[in-house]
Design a protein around this ligand. Structure first.
Ligand SMILES: CSCCC(=O)C(=O)COP(=O)(O)O
Ligand code: MG
Length: 250
């Protein structure tokens, strides 16, 4: 279905990644195994690095196992991956490994075919003055992972398109309205002029509760396709969403 907004009524578009800009299948089949195979070595040889140590302490706390050794922490992480649990310390540790994998050229991110071109158009607004909407990312994947995702795309770096990155650490859980309020405060854009694109109803509801505009992105084959997006406007792809000028030309 097509969704139109009045050009000038939206200042910021905030993007979910998995299931929205990009295929869940790629995340689950490529990224998850890549990190999982490397958790053991990370915990064994780099457990003293502050970011790793902090995440491991959070794993122990969340699991209620303060005495968990490195082997047990690895097991817990594996169980969370199997359940696709979006736990912040899991995402931190995955993000460290993915960012290094992208930088080494072992990973290249995935975007649905129309996404990059549409984002370029929204960002530039098509008239050459670069005065389009500002683009942000809000994903359960860590900011480090998001930055690598947009740096190592199949079309090279897209970092110039993105004005800021938010995750469950710097904004909060994605199904809580307060997380969206925190992002609004950080980016300085009116909630009513901020549009969130996501595949998950709980996230869309939370964003709407915070006063944001929403579009549910329902792509065939994605895990949340059947669940639908409730009463939110919906689009099957980014090129079904447009910003249309209604100003009359004299
Ligand atoms: C580059 S982010 C990796 C994807 C990921 O781990 C994830 O949890 C994405 O969840 P999202 O909130 O984008 O649906
Ligand atoms: Mg998603």
């Amino acid at each position: 279905m097509t969704v139109q907004f009045d050009a000038g009524s939206v200042d910021a578009v905030v993007l979910d990644i998995e299931g929205t800009t990009s295929a869940t299948g790629f995340v689950v089949d490529v990224l998850y195994p890549y990190a999982r195979e490397r958790f053991g070595a990370l915990l064994a040889s780099r457990g003293d690095e502050p970011e790793v140590a902090r995440a491991v302490a959070q794993v122990r706390e969340l699991a209620g196992e303060p005495g968990a050794d490195a082997g047990r922490v690895e097991q817990i992480l594996g169980a969370w991956v199997d359940a696709d649990r979006k736990a912040t310390p899991l995402k931190t540790l995955q993000g460290i490994l993915w960012a290094e994998g992208f930088a080494r050229g072992e990973l290249v991110s995935h975007f649905y075919p129309e996404v990059i071109g549409v984002l370029r158009g929204w960002s530039a607004d098509g008239d050459g003055d670069g005065g389009g909407v500002r683009l942000y990312v809000y994903s359960s994947g860590s900011v480090a992972a998001q930055r690598a995702w947009f740096t190592y795309s199949p079309e090279g770096s897209l970092m110039e398109l993105v004005s800021g990155f938010y995750d469950t650490e710097n904004a909060g859980p994605k199904q809580e309205p307060d997380s969206y309020r925190a992002i609004s405060a950080a980016v300085g854009v009116d909630p009513g002029r901020t549009l969130f694109l996501s595949d998950r109803l709980g996230e869309l509801d939370a964003a709407r509760d915070a006063g944001w505009l929403t579009v549910g992105v329902r792509r065939a084959g994605e895990p949340y396709f059947a669940a639908g997006v409730g009463g939110h406007p919906e689009a099957a792809a980014f090129d079904e969403i447009s910003f249309v000028s209604t100003r009359s030309v004299r």
